[in-house]
Design a protein. Structure first.
Length: 198
């Protein structure tokens, strides 16, 4: 009967992460994850396609948050204003309670090249989705690609800072700082282009 308890998915995720950290991702089996919370492998597979998805499943909600924010941005918002709104929404997924889990998750991914590749593919898919959402708003192809790329770059840089040891600022605060730095870099690039034209 335990398999019908509420929170089964979250219990499996917590048990899996604990095992990945202590034993290693490759050394941990689905059977061990399920057994750690008194469930069966069959129950595990009702919730996750494989043991990797325990680490990547929450990204579906994150992606939908990005896309909903892009769609909800004011009609007259620029592409960068639109992705700034999406970043602010995404930051809401990562409160202080989630920071410890995210740090541990990242340590597991950093220790496994196949998981690193999976993370890169998920981020690339997120960038593609954001670009498509921008194009659906009427943003020109190249501008949509640049804005989506900037969005995911800011998110990635800020997220790694957010999970750094000793970091206590919110993800939203760090994202604003990184966006400011990106603005400085872009301004410098504009000067380089102007000088080349001159």
């Amino acid at each position: 009967m335990a398999r019908w308890e509420p929170g089964t998915r979250e219990r499996l995720q917590a048990a899996a992460l604990e095992l990945y950290v202590t034993k290693g991702f490759e050394q941990t089996t689905v059977e061990e994850i399920a057994r750690a919370v008194g469930l069966t492998e069959r129950t595990f597979f009702r919730h996750f396609a494989d043991k990797r998805e325990v680490l990547f499943d929450p990204q579906h909600g994150l992606q939908q948050g990005f896309l909903d924010a892009v769609a909800a941005a004011p009609a007259d918002a620029t592409p960068l204003e639109t992705v700034a709104s999406a970043l602010a929404t995404a930051a809401g997924f990562f409160d202080d309670e989630r920071r410890s889990w995210s740090r541990r998750r990242q340590s597991v991914i950093a220790a496994n090249p196949a998981l690193q590749e999976r993370e890169l593919l998920k981020m690339a898919a997120l960038e593609t989705s954001v670009a498509q959402a921008l194009r659906a708003r009427g943003v020109e192809e190249r501008a949509a690609a640049l804005a989506a790329g900037a969005c995911i770059t800011v998110f990635g840089v800020a997220f790694l800072q957010w999970i750094a040891d000793g970091e206590e600022r919110s993800l939203a605060d760090i994202q604003r700082e990184v966006m400011g730095e990106l603005g400085s870099v872009a301004a410098g690039l504009a000067d380089v282009v102007a000088a080349q034209r001159g």
